[in-house]
Design a protein. Sequence first.
Lengths: 909, 530
Amino acid sequence: MASIGDAELGVSTFCAASHQSEKCGANGLPLTPNSIRILGRFPVLKTLSHPRLCKYVDLVREKHERLIVVTEFYKTNLAAALRTSKYSDTSCLTTLAFEILSGLAYLNSRGFIHRNLSPQNILFDTKGFVKLANYGMYYMTDSGADVSFPIGLLKYMSPEVLAQGRVRVTSIDREYATGWKETRQLSHAPSSCKTDVWSLGIMLLEAFLGSPLWPNLTLQQIIHKILAFAKSKVDPIVLILSDHHGEEKFALLPNEIQSLISTCLTLSPKQRPMPIDLLSSSVFNALKSKEIPYSNGFSMFSTNLRCQDLEIPEYVEGTEEDHAKEEDLLSERSIHEVYYLWRLAGGDLVGALTKAGLVRTRPPITKIANFTLDDGEFFGEGRDRSTLLDCTVVILSQDQLRQRLKHVEPAAFYPLLEEEKNTALHLPISPSSGDLTDTSKLPLVIKERDVEYQFHRAILYERLLKAYPYKRHHIWKEARTDIPPFVRAEIWAALLEVEGDIQGTYDAIDKETPTATDRQIEVDIPRCHQYCELLSSPEGHEKFKRVLKAWVVSHPEYVYWQGLDSLCAPFLYLNFNNEALAYACFKAFIPKYLHKLFLKDNSKVIQEYLAVFSHLIAFHDAPLSNHLNTIGFIPDLYAIPWFLTMFAHAFPLHKLFHLWDTLLLGNSSFPLCIGVAILYQLRDQLLSFGFNECILLFSDMPEIDIERCVQDSIRIFCLTPKSATYRQHAKPSKREQKDSSSKPDVSYYSKDYNHQPLTDLSMHPVPLEDLRAQKCPFISAEDLIQLGELMGSSLTKSPTKKSASGKPLIIILDIRPTEDYLRGCVPGSINIPFDTAFNSDGDFLPSPAVTKLNVHKTQVKVVVGSRDRSAIKFAESLLRLGYNRACVLYKGVDVLRPTGILTVPTPDL
Amino acid sequence: MFKTEFVYEFVVAQQQCTLRVPLSLPLQGQTIGELASRLTSMHKLPCYLQTDLLQKLKSFTEHEIRQFEDAEGEAALERLRNGVEEGALVAEWTNAYSQEVIECAKQESISNDVMFSEIYHCLIHSPALEALLNLEHTYAIAVSDVIARRDQDLLHLEQRQESEMEEAVKRLGETYTDEQINLLAQRHFENTQMIESKWASELSTLRDTQKREYRDWVMDLHEDSEEAVPKLNDSLTAEQSPRREESFTVHLGAQLKTMHNLRLVSADVLSFCRHKTHVIEGVTVPQPQRLQTAISLYSNSLCGLILLVDNRLNSYTGIKRDFAGVCEQSTDFHFPDLELQFQSMEESVMRGNEKRAQQRLTSSTEDADSLQSGASSGSERDDRALRLNPGDFYTSRHSNLSEAHVVFHLVADDSVRSLVSDISSRHPVIMGIRNVLKACFRYDVHTLTLPLLLVHEMSEEMTIPWCMKRAELVLKCVKGFMMELATYSGQGSRTVQFLVPNTLSADTFASISAMVSSIFRMSNPVIAKS
């Protein structure tokens, strides 16, 4: 990403045309507001990057169809430089033409045209190089159809553009049944790149003559002038020169330049050259040889060799002067990053515009329309002058941001990444705000608004991403602290282990040919996260459909289930400009968390999932589980959309991002813990509600505190033995154990249970009916051994830094008859024989063992029995009595016999 | 978009092959790379051809598009040379620039109204607020005094005429002939008219004077706003008029939720307009609501009210007359009188009806007869041109009503009162409510009061089941509209007040209240836990 350098951040504003009435009002579907259309078309402009172009940074939609554009900006422009007669010098004039043309040629190569060329839109950076501005207006407004003002300055319009008339929307249609996609017809096709060449010709002529053309003509007269070119037999250049008495001066120019200008001003579009043709003219030979080829920086998933054009710059010993100059380290950052920080540092776009008097709107009461027809068309609305196009650009002051970052050490701009053995966190220490590790412990919402913290995080991650995939485990480690919104898209891709030629893979998928699922997709998309402006734009819908189709087409073993759209939404939102990456993340996400859930017949998988979920509820919250079971409010009634969309259907995107930041770090059982955490938050209500109220409660997901939900789910995860969430339909382990190399085996939880090699002591598939019938989870023997440290202690580091102990403490309850127990038992287990444990009411009969159980009430209770069902019954009695965290040893005590763990208990028990 | 055919020639196993693909350019929804790989897989081309195919496709599409664009440009120039549309073109472009681009637009002189509105908005948010309100209030009292005198005068006259007439009728045949009685009646009528017009002119003179004085005063006050404005120090004790009401907070939206306030109110619709006299220690002072309305008049948070009216744009009958009566209770210092506002609406209505007639013409030709009758006498045509359809609404602006700045006069026909055939969600009045809500989003009307049962008065036949059914329909529709509009029009919180006639029984009110919470699915209170 190119650095911001000396550029300013400029902000300007314009209003989209508002729809008068609904032409398709008959089907009751509202038209997409033009501002949303523009918003959807904008993001691709951010990807344009060329030394001769001002970058687009952001587009913000405000109330009443107002849009605010943030761009790279410079104070000087050609309109001012024109009058200095500097361009009567031929070399200056050729350089100007060359630089404009190379900008235009780049735009054309990416499929864009400028169509808004005028001296005001040709800026000069501090070194005097041309920077084209405002080139996105024509594209983002769909050839100007989305705005009521014309695009381009009249004087620089080519005759064919004027002759075509203004662009109008001639018809809009929207499919009734699905609400899918508005198709609209424009009165004529978009202009071609040759109109820019005409504008260039006029500007070069003005620059050369040192004064604007036709200074005293009215609008109407100028239009007549330009239209007259079309009818005249004489070349336009001749007409213009005679208007301004410039023939003699023009004749003094070298022939090459004369012909350059006059070919630019060729009347016939057919004979007028394109920018790329003009660039090959011999006038520019000298300039071309000096040009430094421009390479477009670093891309994370490039198939090209990154070191291809690498030239290691010579190291020059800096002098005192150089040191003084290099003070401004912020200018080394990319413009997008500076803007991100600028906003965090209290930057206010509307405020800046209001201060400049650009959005002085009339009070609404003074413009209300006084009559409205039954079809919604209204009359007599007062016109607000502030909705007129005003091209003024306001410079956003970076003072506040620089002030905030003043105390940051220069070294913090280039953090070192080598492994440090002693500290867990790699946060640089800044003297101004003390230790940043303090900030890292604050709530996420605060961290995300802290400029300095975000600054350090963004820089650190940016460097880590450059070293991806080599630094993958480092990224993984940092992600456990938090993920800054600025780099979330890439970090998620890294966490999902996306690699390889993603663009090639995506391109190779046929997303065009109609398939049977198209219709369902078209029904779902206009209903999916539509409060999000980007996703509700026509462009967003189009991309949505392509990514979904790509997945459906390339996974023939699966089908399109409703919910897939919600699942796709966060990836598409984050990677709006990079469908291939969105698809790659999406593709990697599904097998990790939703293995087999999109099978045509997914009932077995879902049933198993829900059964394990209800075990987990029982395990962590016995009273709630008892209550829900009593009223018959089973997970099937509410939790299916949660898991099928990984909560993407339940939460708005901004909450979902925080949830998935953590989810992506967890294994495939983590979503179950999130489910329990949500129930936790609604616990009081659920306990007091009957069946109907519960149904009503979940029919419209209540507000959930997402940060608490994340913390709860981590805690729940850490209190659950990992085999308790074993599912036979979870994704099987990868053949090669590549993981162990990339992810360090730091704790009990760092390995997904489903990825561990199977042994006799492991869990094995349990029939679905049994699973559904029992209420408490199983624990595998190997888990028991590991947790009870029956074979010596193992790693004890925790997966999160928050909890003190990294794994749950257990207490083992042996429920076999005492004589069996005395013959051999798990060391440390206590014996409560099932047959004599309970009285007729189902309560415990008091005994020393029960007292001991009550002392360790919060620990995980592993019920060890024989092969019969008594252990399950015992655990369910514990549940009924309100004991949390009861589970049953899978296959009973016999499974432990071969291990030689069983010992004869010491007599005092 | 144009159609063309791509021809690809290649050699496979020393055999010359040709592939013809119809294409429509520019490519929509796919890149050239994707197209190339699609062609490769569809036609089972060997993979070593892919690079070549991609190259060929690229140059082909570029070439075709350039040719197409050139042709378009040439065609436009050719049309111009044939001299068909130059005048229209010039006008179109001139308008485009002079009306939409600030550089080219005429400098707008700041009108007095705009200046006044800014100054007022500024003053009302300053300590001058109380002085302003009190002045307004004094003026209002003056007007209502005159009105009271007028009403009394008219009453007197009526009584006198009545007794005269009675006397005359009694002596019919004796001293009075039929003719004389007729003459008497005529004289009475003339007298009444004369008195009425005398009062009307007095009122309008008073209003004009007040308005002028008020505006001058405001301007003066602004000029020397540095000077201390006399402060008045009486404490207001709000005395709420008895209204049955219930408030709800709801969250709408599937994933992202917006909070809205709903209120169910049982009151007379005009109570939202009428100022109640408010007496503290013998002095009448303005109502607290008045203050709020004044402060928010030029803000981005307005209050609106839906008034159901018939299909004529005047204020002669029924609720319209009552409403006009409320409006003239005091001078409107900011907006023209209702009558004048109606006059400016007439123009819009005529334009609207023209447009409607055109649409009807284009959509069907069966309206030939209406055209014929339209060509009848002038006044009738005028009348037709001003006739409104159910679902239309006209909007008036007020600064002198107690709880509304904007009144949406929504045209409803008898079908909303009909008890037999029930109305559907596609009924014009319901669509009208949708359009009103749209206007509310467009013009920052954040509080809207609407008649829940679509009637202002209860009648005998309106049974409880009818009320419930109607309430359900309107609530569901309003919920739908609010969700639909919120999708595109920002996430601001709104207040909607559902108004039911105050004659509604307490039981029905309670059941409607229960319905509101079930239809809007009352938000669950967030329970703070430590």
